[in-house]
Design a protein around this ligand. Structure first.
Ligand code: OOG
Ligand code: NI
Length: 458
């Protein structure tokens, strides 16, 4: 039981997510434009599709929809990552999943900090895709040592944020006034700084190795590089972006459009170059492009079997395309995806019977009043209409999609090939703890919902 005067970590996360969104809207006006477009689209979908409106009402997702967003950051050292994990823990966020981006030529590995329990996700589903730079992949030893020395000198947390993290850990929580200061101070870590920490020449050298390396090493901290609202229809938003002065990437990442959305579909736009002042310059005479915009549409969380099918169909479509999706082959890519994914059942019942997705179970009105149901099987209760299901929302990310998002914002020149791949152990050593397996979380949520149903039935 936590102290009665402590603010719940879920509420701290909810406030932090809002504060982050307000800051980013001010820093990147295009993000504000995108938010408006997403809100309009969501309203339109809810008005014109009563089925979706009913579904979101019954799962309660309707209440979190406008709050829902994810951000992304990149850090440079193990110590930074470990302290971030402690900072996010104050807001009830745990590292979920391990993503290796080296196959896509991006020298990082990542996790997603997020709430893990369905009740906490309902208060705020805010997630942060967090990547750790793998300096060991920089081949040029001199440059590697230089990057390390620059990173070792910086301190990305304010002293007040650090002391409040300590306080939350030792006392077990933060009081109202402490929580308020914590949100303000934590926000500072993710702010954009126009002044770089290296000279123009050093920046060029880092860029020549990889643009991502320059983005991490040359600045004071892990500026939030995008903040992504959740839309109910990503195809509408993608089609309308140009009319709002936003140019989307060539293809939507993730599964194709379906009746029953699965996993995660994402698209992004490239941010403009931003003025920066290198240490050997007095004004903002350099430039750097780091920050962009992204939108996402979330669908059902898949079981290991469903995920294996998704991966197989995605790979088959990509193999047949024989190239990364781009402007020139976008139409063919979309056609191939639709064709291959026709194999993936596109009804709730089809996905449930084949155990491709995770579900939340509900007692229907008919089930609430009925007698002697406790001993019936789940299947019978469903087919007799005493229970019904809704898919669980996918709360995580997809490595191939993340690679596409990274690449569209780093430019196509960033197709480096790394000899060394996945190293979860090294990531967890840096993090100071292990990452949580996302599939176990969905299975638990599904199990709890079945248990609750049986507790309700007579
Ligand atoms: C993260 C890119 C991945 C997503 O939504 O898959 C990502 C980054 O660019 O730092 O945000
Ligand atoms: Ni993202």
């Amino acid at each position: 039981m936590s102290h009665p005067s402590f603010v719940s970590p879920d509420l701290i996360r909810q406030r932090f997510s809002k504060a982050m969104s307000d800051m980013y809207r001010e820093e990147v006006p295009l993000y504000g434009a995108l938010m408006e477009l997403v809100e309009q689209t969501n309203r339109h979908v809810l008005d014109s599709d009563p089925q979706i409106a009913r579904q979101l009402n019954s799962t309660g997702e309707i209440q979190r929809l406008d709050l829902e967003r994810h951000g992304a950051i990149r850090v440079g050292t193990a110590a930074e990552l470990a302290t971030l994990a402690r900072l996010f823990a104050v807001m009830g966020m745990q590292p979920v999943g391990y993503y290796d981006l080296t196959p896509a030529g991006v020298p990082v590995h990542s996790t997603a900090f997020r709430a893990v329990h369905e009740a906490a996700l309902q208060v705020s589903p805010f997630r942060v895709f967090t990547s750790l730079l793998r300096l060991e992949l920089i081949e040029d030893l001199e440059l590697r040592a230089f990057a390390q020395s620059v990173l070792d000198k910086r301190s990305i947390f304010t002293p007040k944020a650090l002391s409040l993290i300590d306080r939350a850990e030792t006392e077990g929580g933060l009081t109202e006034s402490e929580a308020q200061v914590f949100v303000e101070q934590a926000l500072e870590t993710f702010r954009w700084h126009h002044s770089a920490t290296v000279t123009a020449e050093q920046y060029q050298k880092l860029c020549a190795q990889h643009r991502l390396i320059a983005d991490v090493v040359a600045f004071k901290g892990p500026h939030i590089n995008h903040l992504t609202p959740r839309t109910l229809d990503i195809d509408i938003v993608q089609a309308q972006m140009p009319a709002h002065g936003i140019t989307p990437k060539a293809v939507i990442e993730g599964p194709p459009r379906r009746q029953c959305p699965i996993l995660l579909r994402q698209t992004s736009f490239k941010a403009l170059d931003e003025p920066v002042a290198f240490t050997d310059q007095t004004e903002n005479r350099g430039s750097h492009s780091a920050r962009f915009g992204e939108i996402e549409q979330r669908g059902a969380a898949l079981t290991p079997k469903g995920r294996a099918l998704y991966d197989r169909l995605l790979n088959a479509a990509r193999d047949e395309l024989k190239d990364f999706p781009n402007e020139g082959n976008a139409a063919r890519y979309n056609a191939l995806m639709t064709q291959h994914f026709s194999e993936f059942p596109d009804t709730v019942e089809g996905m449930r019977q084949q155990e491709l997705a995770y579900f939340r179970y509900f007692v229907t009105d008919k089930g609430v009043g009925a007698e002697a149901l406790k001993s019936s099987s789940l299947e019978d209760l469903l087919s007799d209409g005493y229970l019904r299901v809704e898919p669980l929302v996918y709360e995580d990310f997809l490595p191939v999609s993340a690679a596409g998002i990274f690449q569209s914002n780093l430019g196509d020149a960033a197709q480096t090939h790394y000899g060394e791949h996945s190293n979860r152990q090294a990531f967890e050593n840096a993090l100071g703890r292990s990452t949580i397996d996302e599939l176990g979380l969905y299975a638990e949520t599904q199990r709890r919902s079945i248990e609750e149903c049986f507790a309700t039935l007579r």
